[in-house]
Design a protein around this ligand. Structure first.
Ligand code: 5GP
Ligand code: MN
Length: 338
């Protein structure tokens, strides 16, 4: 039996299904999880969506988001749901290590696992795997998944809102990883009647004042440009988080400002969190920040957007980063063609 028939067979009668996505879920993690939950519920399954940590409040408007369980906030409902779990759906990540203790809860269970993701180097997990690193987003792949299982059924309004949100955020507003197939899918979502401008405003134009002031602080006081390596760095220490009254999600998008500089090919954004230093990397062209995140910072992601962490101090982390740059000088300074 081929893979799609097998998954179709597994989902042909009601199952207990847990959908999980990565820590600090973004628009794609949330959109794909909610779309999948709505779609599975419509088919009569008992479904729970669980994230390891909280999602940014800009997504509070999304369909059925109030039903999401957060492991860091209250693991109890998740632990009890997992007792009778039959199917695990892994979205927008590809290694159970990315979801820490939440992953350990079901890693050893005998489950049917569905993995849909667009990150590089997936772990060999999943009975049904839809892993395509050229896809714009997990939402694009979830759209394809729905189309392969129900070719004749159109996507409904709530599903379209969820899928569109993930595509919008992971492509940075249709800047990266687009394709004719993606625009065709988006055309179908728009035909369903979703308010695309409103979604854009809800997601990209709904900062609180403190976040814009924080951005100002990052750009005026915490930005270092290293022309020799065409690299820009912004860092925030613990004190900044307190002074600006910000939480993790409030720093979303700041890293991208560095790429607005013509002569910056790699952007690095460093945040001192309570127990780790979290780092976001972005690049232009074919320079792979995924390689840097994986080799030196316990992380991964995509060629042009990756992340990782250290357990060192902030100053040591900055020193480590600066000591790595000379190794990549040639590829960092070469002209951007793509
Ligand atoms: P961000 O910088 O927005 O947090 O993440 C950028 C990309 O890198 C996302 O695709 C995200 O999944 C990936 N990423 C971020 N942090 C980590 C990490 O610690 N480990 C791995 N494997 N990927 C990460
Ligand atoms: Mn994604």
């Amino acid at each position: 039996m081929d893979a799609i028939n097998e998954v179709s067979n597994v989902l042909s009668n009601p199952k207990n299904i847990l959908i999980t996505s990565h820590r600090n879920p973004d628009g794609d993690a949330i959109g794909s999880s909610l779309a999948m939950a709505l779609w599975l519920k419509r088919r009569g399954h008992r479904v729970m969506v669980a994230f390891p940590s909280e999602y940014p409040p800009i997504y509070n408007w999304m369909p059925a988001i109030e039903e999401v369980e957060i492991y860091d906030v209250d693991p109890e409902p998740i632990v009890s749901f997992i007792k009778h779990l039959e199917v695990s759906v892994i979205l927008d990540y590809n290694s159970l290590s990315r979801i820490d203790k939440l992953g350990a809860l079901f890693a050893e269970k005998d489950l049917y696992t569905i993995l849909i993701d667009h990150h590089l180097f997936p772990d060999p997990i999943g009975d049904y795997v839809l892993s395509d690193t050229t896809a714009s987003s997990t939402c694009e792949l979830v759209y394809q998944f729905f189309k392969s299982l129900e070719p004749d059924r159109s996507i409904d309004h709530a599903l379209a809102e969820c899928l569109y949100t993930g595509i919008l955020t992971d492509t940075g507003g249709f800047q990266y990883a687009t394709s004719p197939a993606l625009f065709r899918a988006v055309a179908e979502l728009q035909e369903i009647g979703i308010e695309t401008t409103q979604i854009h405003n809800l997601v990209f134009n709904s900062l609180e004042e403190k976040s814009l002031r924080l951005l100002g602080h990052c750009l005026s006081s915490r930005m270092e440009i290293i022309p020799e390596f065409k690299t820009g760095i912004i860092f925030l220490n613990k004190h900044d988080f307190t002074v600006f009254g910000i939480q993790r999600g409030d720093t979303e998008g700041i890293v991208n400002y560095l790429l607005k500089l013509r002569d910056v090919h790699m952007a690095i954004f460093i945040r001192q969190q309570p127990s780790i230093i979290k780092i976001s990397f972005r690049s232009k062209g074919d320079f792979s920040v995924e390689e840097i995140a994986k080799t030196y910072f316990n992380g991964g992601g995509h060629r042009n957007a990756a992340g990782g962490y250290t357990k060192m101090g902030l100053a040591d982390t900055l020193d480590l980063i600066k000591s790595i740059l000379p190794k990549y000088k040639e590829s960092l300074i070469k002209p951007i063609l793509v």
